[in-house]
Design a protein around this ligand. Structure first.
Ligand SMILES: [Zn+2]
Length: 289
């Protein structure tokens, strides 16, 4: 059974926790350099395991690192869209979001030479308040989204959304949605797909969540990672205590953990799942209800 390993490609200073940090040009350049080194390590590691995956890439990176974007596509991975400059959807009007998606999509397509039809919002910021984003993505020619996290969290999530792929309806249009893996326990969905959970919890937790999702005939486990999570020596951002913990916990063990997961599961790009899942009778979920 396939598992979608996905990578959100962004420089470290773009993370939501650092939204209020003043980051010098030199530091930003250093994070950009390290983002490329880490992403190339990911490409080598995926090749070693004959794994192919989806890279959700910030659109601006297509203009600063076009060769990297092309190399990702040429290695057999899917290039997908992670917004233009990593602003949460909540910060944009509907018109601004439309321009953001179109610009990112077209620059990524220009860099990789292929159609870009998958989307993930920064910080999983498609929620009930931004349900209209689904309409915009469908209009822009996206074939799927992977931004709705069916959990309770202080920054994102729709806890009532399905844990398996579903048809997400915005205000008018619908789009295939691939939610990240969760672990259902006592009627609550716990995050288990990546980020701090991947670095902090025992690895058995992710494996249990993947098993649970695979038991559902509609289930498709989706995991997510960032290049900066595989760079334990990077300069630290001046974050508050909670964010510092969430951001940097367990960074020394991520490379070994990713390799362990890649050895267990057959990673495939999301775009290759679209037709198979569209042929199933998927649940519908209206984000604007
Ligand atoms: Zn991101």
């Amino acid at each position: 059974m396939p598992v979608c390993f996905t990578f959100d490609i962004e420089e470290h200073h773009r993370i939501e926790a650092a939204a209020d940090c003043k980051c010098s040009q030199e530091t930003q350049a250093e994070y950009a350099r390290r983002m490329e080194v880490s992403t190339r390590w990911l490409l080598e590691t995926l090749a070693e395991f004959k794994a192919r995956s989806t890279f959700f890439i910030v659109g601006q990176i297509a203009t600063t690192h076009p060769k990297l974007v092309r190399d990702i596509a040429e290695a057999g991975h899917e290039v997908a869209c992670h917004s233009w400059d990593h602003q949460r959807v909540h910060r944009l009007s509907q018109d601004q979001f439309r321009l953001d998606v179109r610009k990112a999509k077209s620059e990524l397509e220009h860099a990789c030479g292929r159609p870009v039809v998958g989307y993930r919002a920064p910080t999983f910021s498609i929620t009930r308040e931004t349900a209209w984003a689904i309409d915009v993505l469908a209009e822009a020619g996206m074939r799927y989204d992977s931004s709705v996290f069916p959990v309770h969290h202080d920054r994102y999530g729709i806890p009532a959304a399905p844990r398996v792929p579903f048809l997400a309806t915005g205000t008018e249009r619908s789009l295939l949605e691939f939610p990240p893996v969760t672990y259902s326990l006592l009627g609550k969905n716990l995050s288990a797909a990546g980020g701090g959970y991947f670095r902090l919890y025992p690895p058995a937790m992710i494996r249990a969540a993947v098993r649970q999702v695979l038991r559902d005939p509609l289930g498709l486990p989706v995991l997510y990672f960032h290049p900066w999570e595989f760079d334990p020596d990077q300069p630290r951002l001046p974050l508050g205590r909670t964010s510092r913990f969430r951001t940097y916990v367990g960074m020394n063990r991520t490379k070994a953990r990713l390799r362990d997961l890649l050895g267990r599961y057959n990673s495939r790009p999301m775009i290759e799942m679209v037709e198979t899942w569209q042929a199933k009778s998927l649940p519908s979920f209206n984000l604007s209800d």
